[in-house]
Design a binder for this molecule. Sequence first.
Ligand SMILES: [Ca+2]
Length: 424
Amino acid sequence: MLFIAQGKTNLKYILIVVILAAIVGGGILTYQYWRLNNITLQSEGILKIVSQRPECASIDVPGYQVAGGKYSYLNYPGEIRFDINNDGQEELTKVYEEEIGDEFYGRRLPIVFKIFSGPQDCLKEEFSYRGKERSEDYAVPENEVGDLWAYPNFWGDGRNTVTLVGVQTAYGSGFLTNIHFFTYENGKYQEIATLEFHSDDMYKLSGEDGLGKEIIVARMIWAEGECHFCPHRYKFEIYTWDGSRYLKREAGTTKNKYSFDIELIIQAEPDVLNQVDETANWKTYTNSQLGFSIKYPPGWFVYDNEIPPCVGSIGNFVFINKVELTECYLPIELLPVDFYIFEKGTYYPLPQSNEYDTYTPIEIAGEEGVLNIRTEKSEGPRRLDTKIYVHHNNFGYEISFPNVDFKGNHDQTYDRMLSTFLLY
Ligand SMILES: [Ca+2]
């Protein structure tokens, strides 16, 4: 363990106090005082000070320095004085990072967080947290320090909190961050919750009577081929404090793409917070060859060119069907196929409105596309459906689902499926 052994300096300290006390109190120091655990002096006032053995703790951690500075994620001093346990005395909280890091990997030892109580000259260590150890997926443990903040009445129940963001760097693929919540509970300082994020995610403390009562999280939807700092769509989650832990609720996904600004997104699409994700327990179908994924309801069936009975017979089509298919072939007008996605190969121009059909611009999976509803006037022998055409990375996609009339009325399930459609 890296933590410094405590109490080694006690004897020396006591002696100094005894001598000072003796001088101040005017008492005479004799050999007796050296032998006694409870040192007694003639002056009553001084007796009280020296009879309580102070347990002064070192605030140094060998090999570590207090976080912050030029090459740190934390741009503030890595310490806060704050009354965590509401007793009128401020505690000192300090967060440490490895003093010397590796040129390439940065710091490799986990961060350390400590809470001290007591006066300036005799601090007592009350709590110590050692950052998360390295996991298999990440090259290094929780080794860098993000923000360190203190909040009074954080959950609206009177309790004060110190939050620490620990950073787990993973070179080449961003990094993980963990928000740790420390408070005083059941007579001791402790960590009582952690929330995990990827570095691309954003969060906002949004509780009304207690900032931490609600935390809004926006997680970046990462599509392959998209550049990192380009705008992305975000999936929202809301964490509500129930008195002892955070309960997670899946909220909506943005229709549009945004850069890193959670306030701006909430302003532009406030509905993402109210939406309930009805697809939370749906299955996800991913086809990396055709470059998309989509969720579908439990009990429905997916078929592609490699799934019986469609093996080798439907090419770049993917069928999603309410009932199991016993046979599978094209053209789909002849099959009871509900929802399908067709990857049409390299670039196809988006269809344009003509005297028979109307193609309305829509945004789908963050891309511009067009939507066509089959009417009595529509061209060709076609099924009664809505078709959507969209491009992504020079590939054209056609999506279709059945309508119950020529006006485009349809099962709302297809809209929910569409909302989960992602292009890679
Ligand atoms: Ca206190």
